[in-house]
Each structure stands twice: as structure tokens, then as C-alpha cells.
Design a protein around this ligand. Sequence first.
Ligand code: FEO
Length: 399
Amino acid sequence: MAFKINDTITWVGKIDWELRNFHGEEYSTHKGSSYNSYLLRDEKTVLIDTVWQPFTKEFIANLKKEINLDEIDYIIANHSEVDHSGALPELMKEIPGTPIYCTKNGAKMLKAHYHEDWNFIEVKTGDTLEIGKNKLIFIEARMLHWPDSMFTYLTGDNILFSNDAFGQHFASEEMYNDKIDKGELFQEAIKYYANILTPFSPLVVKKIQEVLSFNLPVDMICPSHGVIWREVPIQIINRYVEWANNYQENQITIIYDTMWNATRRMAETIAEGIKDVNEDIVVKIYNSSKNDKNDIIAEVFKSKAILVGSSTINKGILSSTAAILEMMKGLEFKEKKAAAFGSYGWGGEGIKIITKQLEEGGFEIMKDGIKELWNPNRDALDRCRNYGNSIGEALKEKE
Ligand code: FEO
């Protein structure tokens, strides 16, 4: 499959309908993904990024239907991660010596991945490459999301090839934002941001300010995953600015795991207590052992507060709770509140452990945790409801 975006650009990537996990098992891709590769034909011919290694043969065969490979003058590697560089080793066997434009870190990383001494041309922000009527301008985008990441801007057509930034893991026959359901699109975009870009939010703001300061018109944003932003492309830039500024909605997310349902009953009763006093707040409840961890992270991203609960087991906490706490620690959420809860039988160490992990993850502890012995009786559930009341009060939006 290939399709023309305009007279200059042809999409030559791969839609991966079957992909359900990405980064090993770290990121769920319920809707698959795509690896977007773009062929630019001006006086010079340029290939921007490739696809993941398992699709190498298909990619090269499709590319050959579009062009004699010898006609490719330049390759741009905006990012060295294998989902975009995976086809390079086979491609470079066909066209050895073709210059590969990338950042200094990009060259280092591609060498470390493939142990090949290809013809790397290292570029920096502001460097340009004349390709005929138009030119390419390179913009380093360090840590968005790897040290090597780079954007490439095409003058004339005013297109930003942003690689992972502004992307989504979303396989769709319709490759433009105006052709697909906006709710689904933004859900995938925010999940991507929450799970991958959150730790780099301060850099996102700076980079967007820098790109906007160039006063380059942007008529289209072509990311390396998912759909192309053709209709009002600034909308995803604006969303990124919002998301990067410690985004939150009027939401609290309750995440728990439970052995014999005591902690589940606590979670549900606390939720009721919150709603008793705070009708406006959105309360969402997830059992971390039964729900997708990345979907939960997207909800945490939207929340102004979270509650995390677990039964105490072996002086510790349940493994799915530990896993989600570890993920949240790495993502370094800012300006979010949190508290712990859980049932226990004797030691009751769980809530202390959860509280400590939340603190280490940068959450502001809004209240001491609540623990209840064995199966909560009416008094215990009343305490949970009161606990929910106080959380609900504390989270009321100011008039
Ligand atoms: Fe889509 Fe960072 O690779």
C-alpha cells in the first residue's frame, strides 16, 4: 500500500493492524499502529524514516513499485528507534552509500543498533538540505522522546515531519484526522502522550515555543505513527501545550487490587463517599489486575488526584499495584494528589508502602491512608465512606 499525500509526497509506510503490544509488553495498542514512511519527490528524491524490521521485505517491495531505489538521493532518519529504522539494514544493502541525515546522537544510536558504518550526515537545528524547488529544515527534538529525536520541515508544502511527537498508535484505512472519529483519535493521542511523553513535558513546552518562534507555516503534520494532521494541524499542537502544562481534569481515579474483595469494597465505598459530597467530580475505578495498565495511566494523566489500594500480602502489596506504582514513578506526574487504602489481616504494611511509593512518584499525599481489618463490617464501611467524604470535600472546585 502507498498513497499520495500531494504532488510531492507519497506515504510508503506500513499499517500494522495486528499489533497489540509495543515496547515489548510495556504499551498496549488496542487499535494497532502504523509506521509512517514518506517519499518526497522534488528535483531530489528523499525517503523520511522506514518501518519496523518485521515488515522490511514488504516495505522494500512496495517502495520498488514506487521508485527505482537507486533514485533515492537522501534518507532522513528522524529517530533511530527500531520501529522507524528497522528496514534500514536491508535498504542500505540495496543502496549503500546513500547519505543518511540524522542528528549526532542519531548516528551514534544507529551505529549502536546495527553496527554498520553508513554514510551519516549529522545535522543540527537550522541546518537545511536543498532538494529542488523546496528545502528541508532540520529541528533537533532531543528527548522527545529519545536523545536523537528530530523533526524535519518541508518548505513550500509547509509540512512538519514530527516523527513520534503528535503521533498515535492507531491503525486506520483513513490516514487523515478529518476522516476519522475524533473521540477515538484524541483518546489514542492522549494515551500516547500520557504513557510516553509525560516525563518530558517541560521539554515539550520549550520545543513547541521554539518551533513556533521560527514562524514557519504548518499546513500539515505528518507523524511517524497513526494519522496525519491535515485539518487544523495546530489543534494537536495546542493540545500538547495543554497536556505538557501539568494537565488535569476534574477527575479522581481509584486504582486497587484485591484478594478476597475487601479492598474492592473499600474502593467502591470510598467512591460513594466522594460522590456524596462532590457531585461534579468524575470518579473512575479500576482493578489494576483486570484493566489495561496503559489505559489506567491515561486516566491518571487526566486526574487531579488518585487513590491507590491493595491488600497487604507478605508484608508488601499485590503485584499489579506495585507495577502501576512503578510506572507512575517513572512518568513523574506533577501537581497531582494521592492517598492510599487497603485491607489487611495482621501486619497491615500495605498502605505505608503505597504512600511511600506515591511520595517517591511526586504525588502530594492529601491524607493519611485508611486500612481496615479483614472483611470490612458496617463500621469499617462507614469509615471508608467518611474517608471518601473528606477526599470529595478537599477536591471541590473553587467557585
Ligand atoms: Fe516510534 Fe520512539 O519510536
